[in-house]
Design a protein around this ligand. Structure first.
Ligand code: ZN
Length: 314
């Protein structure tokens, strides 16, 4: 096996960012919002035929969001992103500058409406690229102001720089964390013997039973929040589920899940979704104009999409 194959392929599931200009790997890593315990390998100044020297980053058990990939292009254009699944390269692409970049950079014009103190729209720039990365410019779609590359890089390197949205985590990693939480918290139960399976409400027999109600400690709830938000973000990025407006949690156990999911999506992925749940008994006190049966529904508009989360996992 050649040195190159060794560097790229020895990973089960995850990503390899190759052909990073030498010395840029730490800046690239700063742009990725990966979990702090992600297994990461950084190789610097590796000899490369095309670049002379290059850097390389491997991260196990993770994938990148499109906004993370766009950002890499601003510091390490023409790097190669390899997506690895089951020890094989499933996707390989050269990272190019996006045509537009939204919500990441600030407009330099203080009078631009994106700099208003209240209800400012998300920034939106057209990206002008040149022969060399230093020729890159941003054009504000609202006021036409131009941001030169020096200012772009300065912004990326600043301490407060943060891109919205987190790194996507692989399905295997989500399963692992979720299972650990279920087992540690006593939420996953097996019958006393294999020939006496659990009988479910639906009448079916099951060799295991999951009771999320058993997870009552903060650590377990934090893991459930992380797992639900990470899984939903992964499904959305893959196009397996469409975007949605609401998270609905059927009472009673779905309520906690819906609130945790909304909070997790916001904290980890910068998404702003509302939650909603049903009352088992109609409200007959206080303000009866709202929330009588569905709590949170007063913001609902026809045509909006709802994602349902529930604790029934069998
Ligand atoms: Zn502007």
């Amino acid at each position: 096996m050649s040195n190159r194959q060794l560097l790229v392929s020895k990973i089960g599931n995850g990503i390899v960012i190759d052909h990073i200009p030498a010395g840029k790997s730490f800046l690239v890593l700063k742009l990725l919002k990966q979990p702090s315990d992600a297994e990461t390998l950084i190789a610097q100044n590796v000899v490369s035929r095309s670049l002379g020297k290059k850097d390389l980053i491997k991260i196990e058990g993770t994938y990148l969001t499109s906004s993370e990939i766009d950002m890499i292009a601003f510091v390490a254009p023409n790097s190669t992103l390899n997506v690895i699944q089951d020890w094989e390269v499933k996707e390989k692409r050269v990272i190019k500058l996006p045509e537009k970049i939204k919500g990441v950079f600030k407009c330099p014009n203080l009078l631009c409406q994106t700099n208003k103190e209240f209800a400012a729209p998300e920034t939106n720039f057209r990206v002008e690229s040149g022969e060399r990365i230093e020729e890159t410019k941003l054009h504000c779609e609202y006021c036409g102001s131009i941001t030169w590359y020096g200012a772009i890089l300065e912004s990326i390197q600043s301490e407060h720089f943060k891109i919205e949205g987190g790194g996507l985590v692989s399905e295997e990693k989500i399963e692992q964390v979720f299972l650990e939480a279920l087992i540690k918290g006593g939420a996953l139960r097996f019958p006393p013997s294999a020939d006496q399976p659990f009988m479910l409400k639906s009448g079916r027999a099951s060799p295991y039973f999951i009771n999320l109600g058993a997870l009552t400690d903060g650590e377990s709830l934090a893991k459930v929040k992380w797992a639900f938000a990470s899984y939903i973000a992964l499904l959305m990025e893959r196009g397996d589920i469409p975007d949605f407006d609401y998270v609905f949690g059927p009472s009673y156990k779905g309520i906690g899940l819906a609130t945790l999911t909304c909070e997790g999506l916001n904290e980890l992925y910068g998404m702003d979704k509302r939650y909603m749940y049903d009352r088992k008994e109609e409200k007959n006190y206080g303000d009866l104009s709202t929330d009588r049966v569905l709590v949170g529904a007063s913001y609902f508009k026809p045509g909006q999409r709802i994602l349902v989360v529930d604790d029934t996992i069998t």
